[in-house]
Ligand binder design. Structure first.
Ligand code: NI
Length: 214
């Protein structure tokens, strides 16, 4: 009897699952919805640098990649158009200077505000794209190795950002998200030892996470 009821239960559950899958329509996003996505962000700089004013042969050769938790909030102003704010825990980067190796560690926060267009708000698979503005603040600069004991500061940056992403429904409220930003981040490094250098960081930012609709 126990076996039978378990079999019935499983059959019932499978039926319910099948019905649910068949019956639940693609869950649209619409005007007034809030979407919150949380996951991992990865910053991949596409950097270039001038020489330092006091030592022109020295330039930043590499700004390392960095991964941390990220979150973004979208408010749908119409069924198709939303405004999105990207935030994260600080990203930590190593700066390598030609001939000196790794000399600076720095953290940054890159909040980004995007106006986006959702191409398929009524679908269970919803691609979108947008453009907006980024503000990046650098902090926690620390010099090591060849620049240890000296000071360096990195100016904050304001620049354009573009984004493309896709939401794929998991169930009524949850969805998977993958998105990609290209952000114009340029800073000026000010070293107490070797002067100033202009560094373009201009990263790709990749995000993978889970979203919820409210
Ligand atoms: Ni740039």
């Amino acid at each position: 009897m126990h076996t039978v009821s378990r079999a019935k239960f499983i059959a019932g559950a499978l039926l319910a699952l099948g019905l649910t899958t068949a019956v639940v329509p693609a869950h649209a996003v619409q005007k007034g919805d809030w979407l919150i996505r949380a996951g991992l962000g990865r910053v991949v700089p596409n950097d270039s640098s001038s020489g330092f004013s006091g030592a022109p042969s020295l330039k930043v050769e590499d700004v390392s990649n960095s991964t941390n938790l990220a979150i973004n909030f979208t408010y749908m102003m119409t069924d198709n158009v939303g405004v999105e704010l990207l935030g994260a825990l600080p990203f930590k980067h190593d700066l390598t200077v030609i001939g000196l190796g790794k000399v600076v560690e720095v953290k940054q926060l890159p909040p980004t505000l995007i106006l986006l267009y959702n191409f398929s708000p009524k679908s269970g698979v919803r691609p979108y794209a947008g453009a907006g503005i980024n503000y990046t603040r650098f902090f926690g600069e620390r010099t090591v190795n060849g620049l240890a004991g000296t000071e360096i500061k990195l100016d904050s940056s304001t620049g354009l950002a573009v984004e493309a992403g896709i939401d794929v429904d998991i169930n009524k409220d949850l969805f998977f998200n993958a998105s990609l930003w290209r952000i114009d981040i340029d800073t000026r490094g000010r070293s107490s030892l070797v002067g100033v250098a202009d560094v373009a960081i201009d990263p790709w930012v990749l995000f993978v996470g889970i979203g919820q609709r409210f």
